[in-house]
Design a protein around this ligand. Structure first.
Ligand code: ZN
Length: 447
């Protein structure tokens, strides 16, 4: 099957090239991109002879977006305006105790479906009972890197375990034609013993896979780490051997210069979650300093409960504004920079740079189109006054996404999902959430 996405405003997002093909076309053959170029050129490309033509006039054509830190979940809007640790203790952890595989699956279904409709073609999800998440990702057709929430400290043993992470690696190290992968997950420095870290490193080596964890989200955590180990969190990670090119650390808000150096030296990537960091009043990550040091940075929504949507286009705007206001430098958070975080750099952070993240011949065809026909994205200016990169970051939202392909397969066309029924996903998520809250109430009664 060939598809010609024709006459759009094409953002190839090749690293360090802030330039669009305006107008341009993208030709997909099977699961790959075979050509990206001028409209006239691709119109006469013999490979496009029998292609399905998708008119992308007044649409931005982009690589699919990578959500580098997500927790599938069903708690939106139910525990607002609390401090991070109170919120975890009183609301989130009891919900983990009440979770069942069926509820976890419905949550992944809702989150992945929401993401797909908003242009997210790849998620890194730290969640529970992830055999269900793997099935959902395969069914919906997006890319998913599955990271179980492993924790073993006393009082936190109701999460996933090294043993359940191993089982998921055995069954789903790579699945769904390579679109679904399993990594090793560690919930948090304070939730995992030293031994758990050592076992995680062994698991990574044994399965040749990556590792994902949280760190340095709040000041409290840094102070606690200094108290317990005399070292800051990223230094403890270094000591415990988990930093490296296959590791992604979420948040990284409170970093010292030495910690940034350690991340850069070891090739560790960071998942920046600006909305979550603002909403939980955690602070502002030093994204500019991280990138200047050569650290790969992707963007994450974080969980449904701390965002409260999974709209990565909106997340780009927040990322930009947060940089500007915290550095008092209006030249940071440039639209092209932020677009790179959500596409090419996100893919690189997840170890997918060879596969996806840019629109280039040979890459898998993970492509989205975003309408610029709204009043909020008018006027569209070309040439010297080109403003579509700015529209994407500052004016558009996930609701403007029109089409989504992953591996060349159309998953969303004209804003309609092709691999799932939105009403059914909603109904199932509603029932699952009601059941979860009933079960959580019983957990809270027994505490
Ligand atoms: Zn998180």
């Amino acid at each position: 099957m060939t598809t010609l996405i024709r006459n759009g405003i094409v953002f190839p997002m090749v690293p360090n090239v802030a330039d669009a093909l305006d107008p341009g076309s993208v030709l997909i053959d099977g699961d790959h991109i075979v050509a990206v170029g001028a409209v006239d050129e691709l119109d006469v490309d013999p490979r496009a002879t029998d292609a399905e033509i998708v008119d992308a006039t007044d649409h931005a054509v982009l690589p699919g977006l990578h959500n580098c830190h997500l927790h599938s979940g069903l708690l939106r809007g139910t525990a607002e305006s609390m401090s991070l640790w109170d919120w975890l203790k009183a609301y989130v952890d009891p919900a983990h105790k009440a979770l069942t595989p069926e509820i976890a699956r419905a949550a992944s279904m809702q989150c992945y479906a929401e993401g797909l409709l908003a242009g997210t073609t790849s998620v890194m999800d730290m969640w529970r009972f992830m055999e269900g998440s793997a099935d959902v990702a395969a069914e919906l057709g997006l890319r998913a890197t599955l990271v179980p929430y492993v924790a073993d400290e006393a009082g936190f043993d109701y999460f996933e375990s090294i043993a359940s992470n191993r089982r998921l690696l055995e069954s789903h190290a790579v699945a769904a034609d390579g679109r679904v992968r399993t990594w090793v997950g560690l919930e948090h420095l304070m939730y995992c013993t030293r031994e758990c870290f050592a076992q995680a490193v062994e698991l990574m080596d044994e399965f040749g896979t990556g590792l994902h964890t949280h760190s340095s989200e709040s000041i409290w955590e840094v102070e606690e780490s200094l108290k317990r180990w005399g070292r800051r969190p990223i230094e403890v990670f270094y000591d415990r051997g988990i930093l490296g090119p296959r590791t992604v650390v979420a948040h990284c808000v409170w970093l010292s210069d030495r910690e940034i150096e350690l991340l850069a030296q070891t090739g560790t990537a960071v998942a920046h979650c600006p909305t979550s960091n603002m909403k939980l009043a955690s602070g502002a990550a030093r994204v500019g300093d991280l990138r200047r040091a050569g650290v790969r940075v992707g963007i994450g929504s974080d969980g449904e409960k701390e965002n409260n949507n999974l709209d990565l286009i909106e997340e780009m705007k927040v990322a930009s504004l947060l940089q500007k206001v915290t550095t008092l430098d209006p030249t940071t958070g440039d639209p092209w920079d932020v677009l790179a975080l959500a596409t090419s750099e996100g893919a690189a952070a997840l170890g997918l740079a060879e596969t996806t993240g840019t629109l280039q011949p040979g890459k898998r065809a993970d492509v989205i189109t975003v309408s610029m026909r709204g009043l909020h994205t008018t006027p569209i200016m070309h040439g010297e006054l080109f403003n579509v990169a700015a529209h994407l970051v500052f004016s558009a939202s996930g609701r403007d996404v029109r089409d989504v392909w992953v591996d060349g397969r159309p998953l969303v066309r004209d804003g309609r999902a092709l691999t799932f029924d939105v009403d059914r996903v909603r109904a199932e998520a509603q029932l699952a959430a009601e059941e979860l809250f009933e079960r959580r109430a019983k957990v809270l009664e027994s505490m």
